[in-house]
Design a protein around this ligand. Structure first.
Ligand code: NAP
Length: 247
């Protein structure tokens, strides 16, 4: 059983470990843009494929029994390319997406459709913002007209002069998030609906401090591929695909 695992997330690393330990020949694919990428267990390839056609070409040259797209919920281009390539090569595709976050009592969340929407609404909610959306889409906030602190894993290029920058990689503890927000007198948080426990402490911190949160909705999933929310379900799907490919 050979599987191409589109990764770049904790779930993808977890899935690679379970599959390799179960004897599956899993090749993890990474975009290769993060300097300290934590490598998954098993075989790894790195770098873009060259769009949907490039991925289809890769799949023809390296036949696999199944593809699992375990990329980040906001990696919409890779997810769309995987759906198109899997259809054109006729290989089973599963999308593994962790559930999004849901508000708890005491939260003041404002849902936005895109970073542009969040940037336009930001000045009406606060004057000192904590941007936790990564480096992609950061430029959208340049002219929001308020003081901003941005947190990214790698520095944006060029380094923005219009905000303060913290370089840090999760997971983040509640005490650390409270300290960052208090130290910088943050009065509004901006985030994407990434979901998962690794980066959710900022939401608990905002709740505790009574701060409003601008939360950017996920891009829609392509119609067609089966979708699961947990690594366990993805393992079961791969094992079922393994049975069908061997019969
Ligand atoms: P994206 O916008 O959907 O993808 C941009 C391009 O990067 C794709 O078209 C593809 O290039 C290449 N790419 C993306 N993921 C790849 C993978 N796993 N293997 C090989 N090539 C890949 O994705 P993104 O938002 O830039 O994210 C890039 C990677 O970082 C993803 O693997 C994702 O899981 C991870 N990540 C993203 C975020 C986020 O907030 N977006 C957060 C944490 C981790 P080609 O078209 O040339 O094939």
């Amino acid at each position: 059983m050979k599987v191409l695992l589109l990764g770049g997330t904790g779930e993808a690393r977890e899935l690679a470990k379970v599959l390799v330990e179960a004897g599956v020949d899993a090749v993890s694919s990474l975009a290769g843009r993060t300097t300290d990428a934590r490598l998954p267990v098993g075989r790894v390839r790195s770098g873009g494929f060259g769009g949907a056609d490039g991925l289809a070409g890769w799949l023809r040259a390296h036949p696999v029994d199944a593809v699992v797209d375990a990329t980040h919920p906001f990696a919409a281009r890779m997810t769309a390319n995987a759906a198109a390539a899997a259809t054109s090569v006729d290989v089973p595709l599963l999308v593994l997406r962790r559930p999004g976050w849901t508000a708890s009592p005491g939260d003041h969340w404002h849902w936005c459709d895109a970073p542009e929407d969040a940037a336009a609404r930001l000045p009406s909610l606060g004057s000192r913002a904590f941007l936790t959306i990564g480096r992609q889409g950061l430029d959208t906030f340049e002219n929001a007209g308020i003081w901003m602190l941005a947190r990214c894993v790698d520095p944006p290029e060029p380094r923005p002069a219009w905000c303060e920058l913290i370089l840090a990689c999760g997971p983040f503890a509640l005490s650390d998030e409270l300290a960052v927000m208090r130290d910088h007198t943050i009065d509004v948080l901006v985030t994407k609906d990434s979901g998962g426990p690794q980066t959710s402490a900022k939401l608990a911190a905002a709740r505790e401090l009574g701060l409003p949160v601008l939360i950017i909705r996920r891009p829609p999933l392509p119609a067609g591929p089966e979708t699961v929310e947990s690594v366990d379900e993805a393992v079961q799907w791969v094992m079922r695909a393994s049975h069908s490919s061997s019969t």
